[in-house]
Write a new protein. Structure first.
Length: 133
């Protein structure tokens, strides 16, 4: 991972859509089932804010929740965790380690081999297809 990316609120607003800004910079959540068209081809899901590689297509699964779900990040150091106590709940929020973009939450009810479900807002991700041989 490269150096930390820090921008002003105005700079983030200039580069992100309204929804991506609300979700990634203001800890919002997009409506469920709004990103069911993610590619199924090999590739990487990167942070929409800074391009950091976050999740591999091979670790994506259908959780039935309406948000893209993965059982592990590409590298543990690419995704940070904090405790989220909003809405009278205690959850583990996940964010991009490079730019601190809010991505979603991680839950202990995922499939093997990790048993984790990274429940990620689709608007926080950009898909980068694997290079063809």
């Amino acid at each position: 991972m490269t150096d930390k990316i820090v921008k002003t609120d105005a700079e983030w607003r200039e580069t992100l859509s309204d929804l991506a800004y609300k979700v990634t910079r203001k800890h919002g959540t997009e409506r469920a089932f709004t990103h069911d068209d993610f590619p199924k081809a090999p590739g990487t899901f990167a942070c929409v804010c800074c391009g950091a590689p976050l999740f591999d297509q091979a670790t994506k699964f259908d959780s039935g929740t309406g948000w893209p779900s993965f059982y592990q990040p590409i590298a543990a150091e690419n995704v940070g965790e904090t405790t989220d106590r909003s809405f009278f709940m205690r959850r583990t929020e996940v964010h991009c380690s490079r730019c601190d973009a809010h991505l979603g939450h991680v839950f202990p009810d995922g499939p093997a081999p990790t048993g984790l479900r990274y429940c990620i807002n689709g608007v926080a991700l950009e898909f980068e297809p694997e290079d063809a041989p």
